[in-house]
Design a protein around this ligand. Sequence first.
Ligand code: SAM
Ligand code: DTB
Ligand code: SF4
Length: 327
Amino acid sequence: MQPSTIAFQRPATPHPESAAWTVDEIEALLALPFMELVFRAAEIHRQFFDPTKVQLSTLVSIKTGGCPEDCGYCPQSVHHDTPVENQPMMTVDEVVEAARLAKQNGAGRFCMGAAWRGPKDADLDKTLDMVKRVKALGLETCATFGLLKDGQAEKLKDAGLDYYNHNLDTAPEKYADIIQTREYEDRLDTLGKVRGAGLSVCCGGIVGMNETRTDRAGLIAQLANLDPQPESVPVNNLVKVTGTPLDGAEPLDWTEFVRTIAVARITMPKSYVRLSAGRREMPEAMQALCFMAGANSIFYGDKLLTTGNPDVDADRALMEKLDLAPL
Ligand code: SAM
Ligand code: DTB
Ligand code: SF4
């Protein structure tokens, strides 16, 4: 019997590194036959990374709840009646102790998050001590404090911050359905300030918010066309929290999530693509396929900011089964 012919076309020429990605090109990648898409992503992954290594970031919420912004997915917004209460900022010693435990568990990066629209100068000053002391433990440091004003990124850089996380969250066309209290442009402006201060950029988004495939392509186009591309790209699957407007969102089929990871890998070949929020709800085999499709980073630790993550023992066991080692 003759083998059946292949029913798809390889691109005649690869996408040139310097050219901008169009939403149509990205949508065409998302629509490739599933196995072909995962295979292409796995090939590209191997050109730039050791596919047996996974970068591990541990999150801690240094200031939880009471956020004035209205992000439709977020349990920490004052606009939504959720189980998360407004809490005071953690002390520097508490944060350093959490970082020490993260390092002991094998994390390489420690990411501090705050439920702020952006930091007030007095609050930022308190975080600078945290950054200095966490860095002194020998961990990479990351912060996600919201929108930054002039000069704030430089202060964080001087304190020893390595990465700043600020997500675009979704496509520009979908954005107003999700958030009304700040604009897409505000986010791009903060990303510019982060780059300008010489910090590495961690920037990604969320899928599973009732967006279309075109919206997912639109988000990836925005991320891939940042120049330079972000060093880290978190791909979050919406964690549904009671009381948030997106609690009733239609779940995304798991294959569509894997496709999103694969296309992030193909379009941002040198970035760390992080399999982010929503991992606790993902079967191990789906996570394995995400690693095959080019994911090479995870949030590691029992908690994300306010919701759960796989516990450390479960993640160690999974990495052992898949012969993956921490970076
Ligand atoms: N307040 C700051 C901000 O919004 O930039 C920093 C913390 S905020 C919680 C960081 C990111 O977490 C958001 O941009 C969003 O991408 C992600 N996130 C928040 N709630 C989520 C949820 N329920 N599911 C998935 N990702 C979520
Ligand atoms: C990112 O992209 N995802 C993380 C981190 N950056 C700050 C946050 C996920 C939050 C999930 C909901 C929660 O735990 O509150
Ligand atoms: Fe506030 Fe950030 Fe949550 Fe938006 S995502 S409500 S800015 S904590």
